[in-house]
Design a protein around this ligand. Structure first.
Ligand code: AMP
Length: 185
C-alpha cells in the first residue's frame, strides 16, 4: 500500500509519517527532508534550492520528481508514505506514472485538516524550539499561500479517484494517529 499524507505545512505530516514508519514498516519519502539534507551537504542541488526554500516558495517540479524517482528505484518493492510530495498537479501526475511503471498506485490520501490560525500558533512554537528559518511568521505565510494556490488544487485530483480520508488534524498526536489507523483499517 502506498499512502500520501496531505495537508498544509505544520499540519503534522512528518510526525504521523514517523509513527507509521515505526508501526507499519512504511518507507517515508519527504521531499522537504531530502532538500534540507542536500543543503546541509553543501551539494549543487542544495545551493540551487536554498533561495527558493528560504523564500517559502516551491522548488521546481523537475527537481522533486527526480528525487522521488531515485528513491522509488532504490527501495524496490517497499510501501511508501509520501510526505510533502506531491505539491502540484504536475507532481501528482508524474508520481502516478512512476508508480504505474512498477505496477503500483496511490491507495490512500490521508488529509490532515488544521485551520490556519492553529497552524500559525504551532509554527510559532516550532520556530522558537527548532529555529527552522522558513518557520518564521513571514516566510510561513508564504508557504501557506503556496499550499493554498498550488497544493490544495490536488484535492479534486485525488477526490475524483475516491481515495481521500479526512482526519481532524487539530486533535492530539495520539488521537490523530488513531484516526489514521482507523482510516487504513
Ligand atoms: P516541507 O518540510 O515539506 O514543508 O518543505 C520545506 C520546503 O522545501 C518547502 O517550503 C519548499 O520550498 C520545498 N519543498 C519540499 N517539498 C516540495 C515539493 N514537493 N515541491 C516543491 N517544493 C518542495
Amino acid at each position: 500500500m502506498n499512502l500520501i499524507l496531505f495537508g498544509p505545512p505544520a499540519a503534522g505530516k512528518g510526525t504521523q509519517a514517523k509513527k507509521l514508519v515505526a508501526e507499519r514498516g512504511f518507507i517515508q519519502l519527504s521531499t522537504g527532508d531530502m532538500l534540507r539534507a542536500a543543503r546541509a551537504s553543501g551539494s549543487e542541488l542544495g545551493k540551487t534550492v536554498a533561495g527558493i526554500m528560504d523564500a517559502g516558495g516551491l522548488v521546481t517540479d523537475e527537481i522533486v520528481i527526480s528525487l522521488i524517482s531515485e528513491q522509488l528505484e532504490a527501495n524496490e518493492g517497499a510501501s511508501f508514505i509520501f510526505d510533502g510530495f506531491p505539491r502540484t498537479v504536475a507532481q501528482a501526475e508524474a508520481l502516478d506514472k512512476l508508480l504505474a511503471a512498477k505496477g503500483q498506485q496511490i491507495d490512500k490520501v490521508i488529509r490532515l485538516v488544521v485551520d490556519d490560525k492553529a497552524l500559525l500558533a504551532r509554527v510559532t512554537i516550532r520556530f522558537e524550539e527548532q529555529g527552522r528559518a522558513d518557520d518564521n511568521p513571514e516566510t510561513f505565510s508564504k508557504r501557506l499561500d503556496a499550499y493554498n494556490s498550488q497544493t490544495a488544487p490536488l484535492l479534486p485530483y485525488y477526490g475524483e479517484k475516491g481515495i481521500i480520508s479526512e482526519v481532524d488534524g487539530m486533535a492530539s498526536i495520539d488521537a490523530v494517529a488513531a484516526a489514521i489507523d482507523a482510516a487504513l483499517a
